[in-house]
Design a protein around this ligand. Structure first.
Ligand code: AMP
Length: 430
């Protein structure tokens, strides 16, 4: 199936060709025709599947089918995204795919001056991409009118709920024309009960479009766990990046402070690194991302929220310096690699305290991740798991039994000898 057979107009096909895309991705094949028919859609698609073009292309087509009103243009399509970075990227996609059309688009998010956004909105935009908080600021200042919205897209809806945006979303929904008068599209990588509830409230007889198994990670991403002592993680990370000659690595830490500290330590190790997280100004985040994309910065250390939705073409390596507290975040993190058909590698450095988190992740994935102990970095079998502050990961922390199951697995020295056999380290304790 080609883009031509999906029923897209010539201007959009030209924009797709400009991008060098030869064939639609599976989500595009499924979603585009349904959206063109005017149906509501609930789509299960991870980042990296081409989902942005999957909704942007048909949305632009539907908008361009009606004549543009003269004078001030009301917002006709609203795309909500959880983070500034994702909003910026979706905005770029709208501009890219819509470059041969006469539609106007704008992106609004927090952390930057509001006045240029107000000015742009005042001139009139057809497609508005926004994060919920800043959009509500505009609503309260009466600088945006959402009463004419015909198309609503919730992108990465699961993350929006995780980030506590449900109240903002509800407030925004109340400002839109009543539900029967607009087309609604909901994209989410995972389907929790909350997402289903939101979908039920928002969508009218939606077509369910799914390309990957629910809560599954992209098959083409090679995943591996390296058990290691907590205090030696940084050393191991620098060693891996250096000895394997990795040129572009996205590393996840759990905290902003941890991200800063790790980036500084890596710099001391002679690796160009930058941290990206919620406390950084938008300018600093944009600069770090640009440097990373260009290859000036070799290691980008990020927290989950900052990394959400980053679109870096062909990012080859993702490292979990610490496992996330929420298993779903693992899926999002490793989804930064292996995008749009490319190969990718996701490495997790796991200390004994994180064993419970690893189990949660494997339960979600419905498979175990191969575990390989690296020579010279074997975890000390005498180190016992510490109960974590948030109550996770401490199962049997101090008891001999818990030590055996966690430490026994992660400290398996036999695995060190057979480290080239993926899964060998895990097999003993499973
Ligand atoms: P997304 O999942 O929307 O974040 O897209 C992931 C990446 O795939 C982006 O870098 C897009 O530019 C790229 N992409 C989208 N559609 C296609 C396609 N049909 N062929 C090749 N690459 C694509």
């Amino acid at each position: 199936m080609s883009f031509e057979t999906l029923g897209l107009r010539a201007e959009l096909l030209r924009a797709v060709r400009d991008q060098g895309y030869t064939e639609p991705t599976p989500i595009q094949k499924k979603a585009i025709p349904v959206i063109l028919q005017g149906r509501d859609v609930m789509a299960g698609a991870q980042t990296g599947t081409g989902k942005t073009a999957g909704f942007t292309l048909p949305l632009l087509q539907r908008l361009s089918e009606t004549a543009l009103p003269a004078g001030r243009r009301p917002v006709r399509a609203l795309v909500l995204a959880p983070t500034r970075e994702l909003a910026a990227q979706v905005g770029e996609s709208v501009a890219t795919y819509g470059r041969h059309l006469q539609l106007r688009s704008a992106v609004v998010f927090g952390g930057v001056k509001i006045n240029p956004q107000i000015e742009k909105l005042r001139r009139g935009v057809d497609v508005l991409v926004a994060t919920p908080g800043r959009l509500l600021d505009h609503v309260s200042q009466k600088t945006v009118d959402l009463s004419q919205v015909e198309f609503l897209v919730l992108d990465e809806a699961d993350r929006m709920l995780d980030m506590g945006f449900i109240h903002d979303i509800r407030k925004l929904l109340a400002l839109l024309p009543e539900n029967g008068k607009r087309q609604n599209l909901l994209f989410s990588a995972t389907f929790s009960r909350e997402i289903k509830e939101l979908a039920q409230r928002l969508l009218n007889r939606p077509e369910l479009v799914e390309v990957a198994r629910r809560n599954s990670t992209a098959e083409r991403i090679q995943q591996v766990v390296h058990p290691v002592d907590k205090r030696r993680k940084r050393e191991l990370l620098s060693h891996m990046i250096g000895s394997r000659n990795w040129k572009q690595v996205l590393v996840f830490t759990r905290t902003k402070h941890g991200a800063n500290r790790l980036a500084q330590q890596l710099e001391k190790d002679g690796l160009s690194a930058a941290a990206i997280h919620g406390n950084k100004s938008q300018g600093a985040r944009t600069r770090a991302l640009a440097g990373f994309k260009k290859g000036d910065i070799r290691v980008l250390v990020a927290t989950d929220i900052a990394a959400r939705g980053l679109d870096i073409d062909q990012l080859p390596h993702v490292v979990n310096f610490e496992l996330p507290n929420v298993a779903e975040d693992y899926v999002h993190r490793i989804g930064r690699t292996g995008r749009a058909g490319n190969q990718g590698e996701a490495v997790s450095l796991v200390c004994v305290d994180e064993h419970k988190l690893l189990k949660d992740i494997e339960r979600l994935l419905k498979k175990s991740i191969p575990s390989v102990v690296l020579e010279g970095y074997e975890p000390d079998p005498r180190i016992r798991p510490e109960p974590m502050q948030n109550g996770r990961g401490g199962r049997g922390g101090r008891s001999g039994k818990g030590q055996k199951s966690a430490g026994g697995n992660l400290g398996n020295t036999r695995a060190a000898r057979s480290r080239n056999r993926p899964g060998a380290g895990r097999a003993a304790s499973r």
